[in-house]
Design a protein around this ligand. Sequence first.
Ligand SMILES: Nc1ncnc2c1ncn2[C@@H]1O[C@H](COP(=O)(O)OP(=O)(O)O)[C@@H](O)[C@H]1O
Ligand SMILES: [Mg+2]
Length: 226
Amino acid sequence: MLLQVRDISKSYKSRYGKTIRNVLQGAGISVEKGEKIAIAGPSGSGKTTLLNLIGALDFPDRGEIIFKGIPLSEMNKNQLATFRNREIGFIFQFHHLLPQLTLWENIMIPALPGNGSKKEAHDRGRMLLKETGLWEIRHQKPDELSGGECQRVSVVRALINSPSLILADEPTGSLDSNNASMLIDLINGLNDKAGNSMIVVTHSREIASRMDKIYNLTNGKLTGSN
Ligand SMILES: Nc1ncnc2c1ncn2[C@@H]1O[C@H](COP(=O)(O)OP(=O)(O)O)[C@@H](O)[C@H]1O
Ligand SMILES: [Mg+2]
């Protein structure tokens, strides 16, 4: 088992702390190594909150997230930083590439000094850019590319450190259906090759149907898988 999310709850206080919104209320999910999971649910149901908790960008009020047998709550600051950087690859709805950097510099950010072998990251960056058809344009900057190309770069950036779990939050939400389909093919292909797992939040039935399991997030709980 790669990941176990056990009975987690998360609530937010309103801006003035007067009301509390219970977003997750006992949500649970398990992810095997290599498994791909889709999460669907209405806007505001807590999908992004869930991914943020799994990626240790935030912490649950109750419940436990266990990664490779180790509860995140037992990791210290350094271990959490390593977990986020090495084990998790994030893909967002918008690419969040830095405009002043080239594509190559953007994808190398997660592999900056102190984060493992530079040569390994360079080799992997070269391989991924060639596979995604971006190698020739690696010295260009994001504003010279289309939205679909930028999103492909952000996929490469997510995979540069060979993470074991990709967390993708509506990764095709900013793309037209052609580009969306291409991007999912690309992510799926790269995932299969690397053997990593993925949790993808998506509104697209077509994309969800290409995952191993589909869960729905409603009323703070995850239900239904096929
Ligand atoms: N940092 C926060 N502070 C207060 N409320 C938040 C915060 N993040 C999310 N929320 C609220 O929690 C609910 C779930 O948000 P979110 O996880 O972004 O849902 P989804 O991704 O499913 O659209 C929403 O009502 C949102 O306004
Ligand atoms: Mg969201």
